[in-house]
Design a protein around this ligand. Structure first.
Ligand SMILES: *Cc1c(COP(=O)(O)O)cnc(C)c1O
Length: 367
């Protein structure tokens, strides 16, 4: 540099709404028992990991991914029992597919609607992609407020309705009959987000043939492959063809495709892990319910939402104390009034869950 002082960058070209928010917060979890992000806690058995290494070593990294990985999609369709006549779109995590659906529908003034609180990405993606977002408050017991929801759909005419099945962060499955009414009343698309399928074991996939405006969104993340970033959207080929136009070419990389194909052949392993986590979930739920001042909610996912009698201050205090004891969970107390006093814990290994329960008891007893 020749002695001149470099001025700070002028950020005024950045959108005001972007400058006003902070980046999606991923806390540093170094050295902590990580029970905050709904990850599967089990590593691959060493011999499977070695085989995977060999498989990935054979991938041509010098080539772009296939434009349309037909073989992989056919195998995936067969593995999940995709109804005949339906199509699949692959995404870099289901996060990307949420964006693609919204981008394709984002006419000026378009609205995206979801029961709320739910998955934050529906709101964020809508706003980034230029849509209005309407969150319809859940009932106090986290069920769908049927009349309010139908009234909101009639008033806002949303281009897209997202429904997480089961819901994150509350963990419950909504009533099927109400969801069916939503699908029938919606003037546009309804996306059923089945991120927690391995833990809910309940799906809308067969119903794609019944409603032309229904889409089913799924991910490899919660079943144990969060690191590879692979999601898929299922629905009528006419919709999929439109979303495919806004998809960045090569959005799913060759290592992800190879790893996913490898794991599809070893689905039984992931299913065993999910079964172990479902059993752990029930054990953890029972122990949370026996803790004084704790209300733990039923869950069809791999996490449990629980409320502390002392409200959000107690939640903040217990969250900090757990962290000081080496346990990282998620504080949801301040994201919505319905979640006042609420913390969310991901179901971990039996040892991790034991460590969490011990740290929670100690944190609750601390003066
Ligand atoms: C975790 C989660 C996802 C997963 O997103 P990926 O990008 O596939 O990791 C999607 N929907 C909901 C409701 C979730 O909780």
């Amino acid at each position: 540099m020749n002695g001149t002082v470099r001025p700070a960058p002028d950020l005024s070209v950045i959108r005001d709404d972007v400058r006003a928010i902070s980046a999606y917060a991923v806390p540093d979890s170094t050295g902590l028992v990580k029970l905050d992000a709904m990850e599967n806690p089990f590593a691959l058995p060493p011999e499977v990991a070695r085989e995977l290494g060999v498989r990935l070593g054979a991938v041509s990294l010098n080539r772009y991914p296939p434009a349309d990985p037909r073989d992989f999609k056919d195998r995936l369709a067969q593995a999940i029992g995709l109804p005949a006549g339906m199509a699949l779109l692959l995404g870099n995590g289901s996060d990307e597919l949420i964006h693609l659906v919204i981008q394709a529908c984002a006419r000026p003034g378009a609205t995206v609607l979801s029961p709320w609180p739910s998955f934050e990405m529906y709101d964020l993606a809508s706003r980034f992609d230029g849509c209005n977002f309407v969150g319809v408050p859940l009932a106090a017991d986290f069920s769908l407020p049927r009349d309010m929801l139908l009234a909101a759909i009639a008033a806002h005419r949303p281009a897209v309705v997202f429904i997480a099945w089961p819901n994150n962060p509350t963990g419950n499955l909504f009533g099927r009959a109400t969801v069916e009414q939503v699908v029938e009343a919606a003037p546009g698309l309804v996306v059923l987000d089945e991120a927690y399928l391995p833990f809910a074991q309940d799906t809308w996939l067969p119903l794609l043939v019944r409603w032309p405006n229904l889409l089913v969104l799924r991910t490899f993340s919660k079943m144990g492959l969060a690191g590879i970033r692979l999601g898929y959207l299922c629905g009528d080929p006419a919709w999929i063809a439109e979303f495919n136009k806004v998809r960045p070419p090569y959005n799913v990389n060759v290592l992800t495709l190879a790893a996913a194909e490898f794991m599809l052949d070893r689905r039984a392993l992931l299913e065993e892990q999910a079964a172990a986590l479902r059993a752990e979930r029930e054990r953890l739920l029972a122990r949370l319910r026996s803790a004084p001042g704790v209300t733990a909610f039923d869950s069809a996912a791999n996490f449990i939402l629980f409320r502390l009698a002392g409200g959000s201050e107690a939640a903040d205090r217990v969250f900090a104390r757990l962290r000081a004891r080496g346990i990282l969970i998620k504080n949801r107390a301040h994201v919505h009034p319905l979640l006042a006093g609420c913390l969310r814990v991901t179901v971990g290994t039996p040892e991790e869950n034991d460590a969490f329960v011990a740290a929670l008891s100690a944190s609750l007893q601390e003066p």
